[in-house]
Write a protein that binds this ligand. Sequence first.
Ligand SMILES: Cc1cc2nc3c(=O)[nH]c(=O)nc-3n(C[C@H](O)[C@H](O)[C@H](O)COP(=O)(O)OP(=O)(O)OC[C@H]3O[C@@H](n4cnc5c(N)ncnc54)[C@H](O)[C@@H]3O)c2cc1C
Length: 406
Amino acid sequence: MADNIVHLVLARTPGAPEGVKGISLFIVPKFLVDAQGNIGARNDVFCTSVEHKLGIKASPTAVLLYGDGKFPVAPQAGGAAAPGAIGWLVGEENRGLEYMFVMMNAARFAVGMQGVAVAERAYQKAVQYARDRVQSRAVEGSSGPVAIIQHPDVRRMLMTMRALTEGARALGYVAASAYDAAHASPDAETRKANQSFYEFLVPIVKGFSTEMSLEVTSLGVQVHGGMGFIEETGAAQYYRDARILTIYEGTTAIQANDLIGRKTVRDGGQTVRGVLARVRETLSEMREDGGDLSAIAQRLREGVEAMEQSVAHLVSMGKGDARAVYAGSVPYLMLCGTVLAGWQMARAALRARTLLEAGSDDAAFLKAKIGTARFYADHVLPRAVALQASIVEGAAGTLALDEAMF
Ligand SMILES: Cc1cc2nc3c(=O)[nH]c(=O)nc-3n(C[C@H](O)[C@H](O)[C@H](O)COP(=O)(O)OP(=O)(O)OC[C@H]3O[C@@H](n4cnc5c(N)ncnc54)[C@H](O)[C@@H]3O)c2cc1C
């Protein structure tokens, strides 16, 4: 499909220091290229197989052999051909891992958005099916069977899918705008503040958005009933495709370790408390009128308290019992994602109400925004309290069994 394939490869040079300090980055092309850019002899790199995967089957994850002697090459013109792939060093020797992280940091954010994208598609497909599929009479009585979108539990599933996707998407956009401000703001203080906000959010965008995509795509299958389990409807494909997202570019646990260690305990909780102060600012703007916004504010306040208490616990434990702290790492990541996405839903509801009161002509969209935020508050935000219990009291149970007992 292409004239040449260029592999970016991490490898060690002879005598390089032990461990990650001795890794360099190379370009290894399939075909060697001369100084004029002409494609020449085959390099000693060979694809031995393409992996058989659960999902993302259009992405050909491959096993490559370097220097196996299948295509011996001469390192110098006129020299003897020998096994060994030829590569070109990128940048400086032994700085390969550092270079890789330039790609990884961008990729972590991008994989989080992949989670949002597949969740959105699963939601759209589920809505379409729920409108078309006729099954069972309505609970309140009907002359005949109705479209399943009329059943309250199908509504619950669709609203869960919609609310999680909207919350994660909004959080991703907040992270993206912080990234822009960290790079492009004329003010040095603003750049610094946005950089630390962005760095705090990246493991959350990656971990939370991809974990929620598993829940959403699984619900997408459920909305389709038995047809969801049949490949030809396509609902199962989203579920299979989403399954890699919590694994590659660092598993959820690796994101959570970063969040709890480098981004929370190391600075004594300063960054996260700064973020929570911003959530409290939003809460102070939410006029309590006994309606939807009051209910949203109430749940968001409980979520903020759950985060504050968890952070206080983790920071006080931080220097002592590391195993107990890290036993709560993924629950902590999910707590942060749940509450901070809930914060975005509250901000959206606040803005929607202002526009409605100003007589906007897009009332249906704005009412749907408030309704979805209300659903998120009633059905997703209460998870924060359960996650707090896991973080603060759950370590003993997680670590209760000796290895031999498994
Ligand atoms: C389809 C696909 C495409 C890929 N593409 C690329 C690519 O282009 N480039 C590339 O470099 N890699 C790629 N990978 C590799 C991928 O990034 C790794 O598989 C992934 O980071 C997980 O690492 P691992 O497989 O070694 O799992 P392991 O590290 O063995 O993890 C196994 C389990 O242990 C847990 N675990 C491990 N360490 C810890 C810890 N310290 N704390 C808590 N839990 C822990 C993990 O969370 C996981 O649940 C790809 C993988 C797949 C499946």
